[in-house]
Design a protein around this ligand. Structure first.
Ligand SMILES: [Zn+2]
Length: 277
C-alpha cells in the first residue's frame, strides 16, 4: 500500500470512530447520561459556556442554592445537569424552556442534595402546564400530580410562586418531588435504608398527623390531613421553608426528616450538613 492510501485509510478510520463516538455520547442522551452517572459521577461535559452561565444565573434566584459555599454550588450545579438532562420534560400548552427545567430540577436536587447518586429515578416524564389542570384521577383541578407510573404534572406559575416566597411552607416543586422521592425510596421491595428511614418518620409523626386530622390548630397546613402521603409532602415543604419553627415545635419529627434526607436545612454555614446544628 502506498503512503497516500495509508494516510487516507488512517484519516477515514479516525473520522469514522469520531462520528460513532459522537453519536453514542452526545446525540444518544440516555447512553451519555448513563455513562456520566455510572462511570464518571456527575459531569458538565458538552454543556456550552452560555448555557452554563444561564443555568448558574437562574440558580442564584433560589434561596437554598444561594446559601451554599462555592464548592456546594458546584456540586448542586452538577446534580442539576444530571437530573435535568436525564428526564423528559414536556410543555403542555406552554413552551418548554431551560428556565422551567431549572426550577423544577432544583426542587429535586434540593431534597436529594446530600444523598449521593440518588436522582428520584421513579420520575421519567415531567409534564408542565400554564395553569392548574383537571385530573381525571383526583376529580378536580390540580396544581401538581405525581403518578405511580413515573409521570409528574406541574403548573408552572405555581412552581414559580413556590420559589418566589421561600419561607411560607408552600412549594409545589418540593411537594411533588417529595411524593416522587417516597415512591423511589419504596422501589425494589422497600427494604433499602431510605425506605426504613421513611417508615421511622411515619411512626414518629403519627400523633402530629392524627392531630391535624382531628382539625386541631397545627403548624402543618390542613391539606396534610388528606392522607399520610400528603402529610409527608406538606411536612417536607415546612422542613425546607420553615425549619426554625419546625424544630422548635416538633424536634423529633424534624430530626427524622434530617435523617431521611441526610441534611439539616438549619445548617446553612456548612452546606446543610447533618449533625452540626
Ligand atoms: Zn400532594
Amino acid at each position: 500500500m502506498d503512503q497516500g492510501a495509508s494516510t487516507f485509510t488512517f484519516l477515514f478510520t479516525g473520522a469514522f470512530i469520531f462520528i460513532v463516538l459522537y453519536i453514542i455520547f452526545y446525540s444518544w442522551r440516555d447512553v451519555y447520561y448513563f455513562f456520566c452517572m455510572q462511570v464518571l459521577g456527575e459531569s458538565r461535559w458538552f454543556v456550552s459556556k452560555e448555557r452554563e452561565q444561564f443555568i448558574l444565573s437562574e440558580l442564584e434566584k433560589i434561596a437554598y442554592y444561594r446559601n451554599l459555599s462555592k464548592k456546594g454550588k458546584e456540586y448542586f450545579y452538577h446534580r442539576v445537569l444530571v437530573f435535568m438532562l436525564n428526564k423528559h420534560f414536556f410543555g403542555d400548552g406552554i413552551k418548554m424552556s431551560d428556565e422551567i427545567k431549572i426550577f423544577i430540577t432544583a426542587s429535586a436536587v434540593q431534597i436529594t442534595f446530600r444523598i449521593r447518586g440518588f436522582y428520584i429515578e421513579h420520575i421519567q416524564l415531567i409534564r408542565v402546564f400554564p395553569q392548574s389542570v383537571w385530573s381525571q384521577m383526583a376529580h378536580h383541578k390540580v396544581k401538581g400530580l405525581t403518578t405511580g407510573a413515573g409521570v409528574m404534572w406541574l403548573s408552572w406559575p405555581d412552581i414559580q410562586r413556590g420559589f418566589d416566597v421561600p419561607d411560607d411552607g408552600i412549594n409545589l416543586g418540593i411537594h411533588e418531588m417529595s411524593h416522587a422521592f417516597m415512591l423511589s425510596a419504596h422501589a425494589g421491595g422497600g427494604n433499602g435504608p431510605l425506605c426504613r428511614r421513611f417508615n421511622d418518620w411515619l411512626k414518629i409523626s403519627h400523633d402530629a398527623y392524627r392531630d391535624l386530622q382531628k382539625g386541631n390548630d397545627s403548624f402543618f397546613r390542613k391539606y396534610g390531613a388528606t392522607n399520610p402521603d400528603e402529610f409527608f409532602a406538606v411536612s417536607v415543604e415546612c422542613f425546607f421553608e420553615r425549619p426554625e419553627e419546625f424544630v422548635r415545635l416538633y424536634p423529633a419529627i424534624y430530626s427524622s426528616l434530617c435523617r431521611l434526607f441526610n441534611q439539616d436545612p438549619l445548617n446553612k454555614e456548612k452546606d446543610y450538613k447533618l449533625g452540626l446544628s
